[in-house]
Design a protein. Structure first.
Lengths: 291, 294, 356
């Protein structure tokens, strides 16, 4: 026993065990606990009698939740497509021997250092119908100019998309640019020798070779979508009405403000399932590659 | 360096295409700069100028009044201390959280890189998934665990939460770095009789300065910019700056002086922006490294 | 000087047998080279001896004391790694003294030992440098120095020369041999390079698929390979092989040819069996076509190697390499005959692949 202990001081096993213990308790233990709560009738106080899937039935008949989910899908698709497209174009351009590349890169990237709270507030002020862009244009004599998306229930969700594209395009640019820089110079030589037009070279040669890079971008952006909370809080607080409610906000609201633990837990578990579902293909390919 | 790498990249042929390229880049730069510049410019205006309503106009009589108000006397629903206490709280929270999560992450990352077992892949998978778990699925039990330890809504509590929630991320970043460090170095240290911790401290940490800086910067940005965890776990005495800022902005009385709100927002964003501008290369490298997780 | 005994070491990993009942007795002061191609288990064996890898069963004895349960640092041995594994952030001096520092050796003693090793290896001028400021050869020396400071009684080498260029490798080989002469320490040296094995070893252990195929003096391994694998692995060009049938009367029949094997020193009594004849390129005599007791052969091409030459012939449907003098190679006829020097040949059982 003593020599066993002594030998352990030369091995990483104890550190791994402690670390994994922390992860197991705080992450996976918490998830199990949350899952258990979602099966109970807990409201203000935890109630440990299991009642089955009642909370999930309630959740999926809750209008606000359904709107949240729909919002997340609309927001998610537009945000991911927009960020990926914009970021990729920036990366391609930055990879084409431009002047002042580092200046441009510094400008494109700085939003990543800005919190989503400040991002949301800034765009809220810029897009404010009275004091922001619309007011500005009307003051300038353009009386009929209308850009009231922030306060228009049908359009408010798009303002979130604008702000989050602003925030995250730099991320995609950096990752794709790193991928582009990794492309072998000989490949470019071959493309030139074959006389392949530039757009086809990117679309059919370069990007297909960068599929893992694109995939990791998509995974990162998806997890931002599902977690998206701060931006909504800062920009729209879910409004007008419930036009920009999101599942993440729904869950937090029901945990703390409306105190319905069971329902909030059920919402959290659904969010978790969604995350895992979206990650599944990525992880499958990643870990199959490695073993 | 970049020129050598890009030597083979064909330049856009026609002049007009080159012109279009720059036009697009400059337009994009304007899009990225617009919100920040507008807020800074308007935060420097006195209230009358704001009332005149021209968002784009530069301040006629620039003044730091709004900044001073935002700094020390802007009001939340509860008190009128500006963002100053929030700044102090954020510093107080960020420094130990960043230091601990980075160092412990380095130790864990090294341990995982050293750990040869058939279950290693499974553990890596579980930890990687940990990065993508929505906080919501862990919030309530974490509240309960911290309450039972008497740490809920305390300073130690919020630091602990930041450390634990940050660990999978820092650990993975370090692991990916240490996997590239030759195994023989650790073996040589073991031959010399150095224990695992001694090897980590004397041999491995001294060659990790770059990755330490990268991870610390990422952690600092993340923790400084956090809102949700601070809101829930910090308690009223330790509310970080982001929470303080939203409280000021959302205070009904505050909404009449947008210049103060904007100044408060800028002040909140300054620390991470300073870190970003000072450490651009590391920041970029960190993002690129963090992106290829797992 | 210490002896090392390796007894019945077994190790498997993920269902694959890495070491299969390895036995070796290494005498004090002996220079043993463990030779094999990559994946044969030689490095694993070295790591098991060092204690860096665990084995499934078996014992390691140093000076007749079982050290199987001990930490590497407690076994009284030192190791030089393939990539040198110098501690990157430490100066050369600190690299040498780190182990003693941990062991709590008095400062004066540390300084003395470092000075001794530095003088021996002529690295005194490098002591305050970092590894990144050293050339490959210098790093090599520091790595050896670190091992010497640790233990001058047993030293393990894991392919220490494989990262050096050809010229430096040859020089360092000689220096290592001299170092062994000076220190008289026990050295266990792993390599895939036959020349290193042949030139440096007192005894060579040839490993294949986790087994020690032969453990003997280098010249004996070359002349009397214990198995078909060793015969094919050692020597360049590889030994020529002929499949055939060995009759009890000590005649070897192959392709309608019957060769007299009575001059061969069989280890076992006469038995009739399928066998393989192995013959080195210098043990084939080229004679005129049709000479008595000769086998017809046809020249394919010759390679001039400077000092001597190599002729490639087709004989009995097989490609044969034959060592020739330059003159002989230049005037070689196309159609010739072979006579084998049977006293230097090797016979292997086709069934067991062991030497007969």
């Amino acid at each position: 026993m003593k020599t066993w202990l002594h030998r352990q001081t030369f091995k990483p096993d104890i550190t791994v065990a402690v670390f994994f213990g922390v992860v197991a308790i705080f992450f996976y233990g918490s998830i199990l606990w949350t899952f258990y709560m979602s099966l109970t009738r807990s409201t203000l106080m935890p109630n440990y009698a299991v009642v089955g899937l009642d909370q999930y039935v309630k959740l999926f008949t809750n209008y606000r939740w359904l709107v949240s989910c729909l919002n997340m899908v609309i927001f998610g698709v537009l945000f991911i497509v927009g960020t990926l497209g914009f970021g990729t174009i920036l990366a391609i351009f930055a990879d084409r021997r431009i002047q002042a590349e580092s200046l441009f890169r510094t400008i494109f990237l700085y939003p990543l250092a800005v919190s989503l709270i400040v991002t949301g507030l800034s765009w809220r002020w810029v897009l404010d119908p009275v004091n922001g862009l619309q007011g500005l244009m009307r003051n300038a004599g353009w009386e009929n100019f209308t850009f009231d998306w922030l306060t228009n229930p049908d359009r408010a969700i798009y303002t979130l998309v604008i702000a989050s594209i602003w925030h995250s395009s730099g991320l995609v640019m950096v990752i794709v640019l790193a991928g582009l820089r990794g492309v072998d110079n000989d490949l470019w030589k071959a493309i030139r020798m074959e006389g392949i037009p530039l757009w086809r070279a990117y679309l059919q040669v370069i990007f297909p070779g960068m599929r893992p890079v694109i995939a990791s971008c998509v995974v990162l952006l998806m997890s931002e979508v599902i977690r998206g909370y701060d931006l909504v809080i800062a920009m729209t607080k879910g409004g007008p009405g419930i036009a920009t409610e999101m599942p993440a906000k729904f869950a937090v609201d029901f945990y703390f403000a409306r105190v319905n633990l069971g329902l909030a837990s059920a919402a959290s578990i659904v969010m978790l399932m969604l995350s895992l579902l979206m990650l599944l293909p990525y992880f499958y390919s990643e870990f199959r590659k490695r073993t | 360096m970049s020129h050598a790498i890009q030597a083979e990249r064909p330049v856009f042929g026609p002049r007009i295409a080159r012109f279009g390229l720059y036009a697009f880049l400059i337009a994009s730069a304007a899009f990225f700069l617009l919100p920040l510049l507008l807020i800074i410019s308007n935060s420097l205006k006195p209230l009358e100028e704001i009332r005149q309503g021209n968002l784009l106009a530069l301040p006629v009589r620039p003044t730091f009044d709004a900044w001073i108000t935002a700094w020390k006397s802007a009001c939340t629903e509860l008190e009128c201390g500006g963002v100053r206490p929030g700044l102090w709280n954020s510093i107080k929270i960020a420094i130990p959280s960043v230091a601990i999560s980075t160092l412990v992450g380095a130790l864990n990352g090294y341990a995982l890189a050293q750990w040869k077992s058939r279950r290693a892949n499974l553990i890596m998978l579980l930890i990687t998934i940990g990065l993508f778990i929505p906080y919501q699925a862990m919030l309530y039990p974490t509240v309960k665990i911290l309450s039972s330890m008497g740490l809920f809504r305390t300073y130690a509590g919020i630091v602990l939460v930041h450390v634990i929630y940050g660990l999978p991320y820092t650990t993975l970043l370090f692991r990916n770095f240490y996997v590239g460090v030759p195994d023989e170095i650790s073996r040589a240290a073991r031959m010399e009789g150095a224990s695992f911790l001694r090897t980590f401290w004397s041999v491995i940490l001294p060659i990790s300065t770059n990755i330490l800086v990268v991870v610390a910067i990422l952690q600092f940005t993340g923790i400084w910019n956090d809102y949700l965890l601070g809101l829930i776990f910090a308690g009223n005495d330790n509310l970080p700056m982001t929470v303080q800022l939203t409280n000021i902005v959302n205070n009904a009385r505050g909404s009449v002086s947008p210049n103060v709100n904007m100044a408060a927002a800028v002040i909140t964003a300054v620390p991470t922006l300073v870190v970003y501008f000072l450490s651009g290369r590391y920041f970029v490298r960190g993002i690129a490294a963090g992106a290829v997780k797992g | 000087m210490s002896s090392v005994s390796i007894r019945q070491i077994r190790k498997s990993f993920a269902g694959l047998t890495v070491l299969d009942s390895v036995d070796m007795e290494i005498a004090p002061g002996e220079f043993v080279v463990i030779l094999g191609s990559s994946g044969c288990g030689k490095s694993t064996l070295l790591n098991v001896i060092a204690g860096l890898d665990d084995c499934d069963s078996g014992q390691i004895l140093i000076n007749d004391v079982d050290v199987s349960g001990l930490e590497p640092s407690q076994r009284g041995l030192a190791m030089v790694f393939q990539s040198y594994a110098l501690f990157p952030a430490m100066t050369v001096r600190r690299n040498l003294s780190f182990g003693m520092e941990i062991a709590g050796t008095p400062k004066a003693k540390i300084a003395e030992k470092v000075a001794w090793a530095a003088k021996l290896l002529q690295i005194e001028a490098l002591l305050e440098r970092k590894p990144s400021q050293l050339s490959g050869g210098q790093r090599q020396r520091v790595a050896i120095g670190r091992a010497l400071v640790r233990s001058s009684s047993i030293c393990l080498f894991d392919e220490p020369l494989s990262n050096l260029d050809a010229k430096l490798r040859a020089e360092t080989r000689v220096e290592l041999k001299e170092l062994h002469e000076t220190l008289k320490s026990t050295m266990i040296y792993v390599t895939h390079d036959q020349i290193e094995a042949m030139t440096m070893a007192d005894r060579v252990a040839v490993m294949h698929k986790g087994r020690v195929e032969q453990f003997a003096e280098p010249q004996k391994v070359y002349e009397k390979p214990a198995s078909l694998f060793v015969a094919g692995f050692i020597g360049s060009p590889a030994m020529n092989f002929l499949k055939g049938y060995l009759e009890g009367t000590r005649r070897f029949k192959t392709h309608d040819v019957s060769l007299d094997a009575s001059s061969y020193g069989f280890a076992t009594g006469p038995a009739a069996e399928e066998a393989i004849l192995g013959i080195r390129c210098e043990d084939v005599n080229v004679v005129e076509r049709g000479a008595p007791d000769s086998i017809p052969a046809t020249l394919a091409f010759t390679e001039l190697l400077g000092a001597d030459a190599l002729g490639w012939f087709d004989c009995l449907g097989q490609r044969f390499s034959v060592k020739l003098t330059i003159d002989a190679a230049r005037t070689m006829q196309k159609d010739v005959g072979f006579r084998f020097n049977m006293s230097k040949a090797s016979f292997f059982s086709a069934a067991t692949e062991r030497r007969l």
